[in-house]
Design a protein. Sequence first.
Length: 381
Amino acid sequence: MTPKHPLPRSSSPCSEPPRKRRHTTGVPSSPFSFSYPYVSSSPAGPSDSPSNPFGRTYTWNLLQTLPAPTSFSKHLPLRFQYVKRGVSRETREGIYRVVQVPQSYTLLHLKSLIAFLFGGAYGQIPPSPDDDEVVPGHVFELKTDVSLYPPSFKMGQIMTGTTWTYSSSALDPYLYHPDWESEDGPTPKENTEEVVEDERKWMAEEDLTIAHAWPEGGDITRGIVYKHAPNLQIHITINTNPISSRRGKGNLPHVFSACGLVYLEDPSEDDELEDEDRTALLDPENWNDPEDAFAKYYRRHIVLPFGLPEASASVPSLTFSSSPLRASSLVIIFMFLLAVSRHAVPRPRVPASSLRQGRSRNTPPPHGPRSASASATSSIA
């Protein structure tokens, strides 16, 4: 049975000062809880990174393509375990993918890889943390001191662990601020809520790599929990089952085994996808052939993280004011404009209204869902 992948619809712990959060939701008592960590709408730290003076725009330019090829011996064999609340396990190993992944992949690459493996929606606009009726965005939890359930009970699932950092392009308070576009400031509700210290650490998805999650290689006491939705998680751990060795080098993931035809999102009637089959043994060649299938998928469907100046170009529903520039980027832009102005030829001014109209016309159209057959055809072309 061939799974079909629909097009998406849509180095260590840092030592930052404690941030503040509103005491409206408690921190999950269990490291594998399906609840989400609450994110403050008022970042308490600077937006610039001394280690990246060019700002996140420079980093984003490096992420337009996959990292440089590395030896296969440096790639890590990871097990991606699909965990959905309310869905009973029908086989001993459950729904999973065993994939060899380059250690140079960032969490941004990893998020795209998860969508590639499980055929889910990717890159949707995050909701406001104040909206209780909207499903919150995704979040990565990088863990140490991981203990797994017994293989005979819940194979591949993390039972306990200590989260040393969180990462989310949708929920990170440094990247997403629902009050940026508000001219009236905080609402009365925000002024009356209790503020408490929060020791959690947040790092950007493009700043964390697989090597950060497993700095010593195949350490089975480390893992990642990707919370896609309140009832759906992907537990990522080191694979301990035998796999065939590979020689050479590359920068693409390689699927060794897979079980369970499922989707991250519930398919609509118009998606024309195969029905879910949680017990189906899947052919790895569905992902490995053609060899550059993931590279094409990544180039087509990569979505700019929030907080970058070009976010509105990647997500059509955002305005250009949705993603404020960081101070370091503003300094560089000012210096560049100052140098250019000394040699520039005077030009007639363009009315601001014309600029706004042109910007609107240049906004790319939203990508609607396509059938899986169309997706497969476009990825091979």
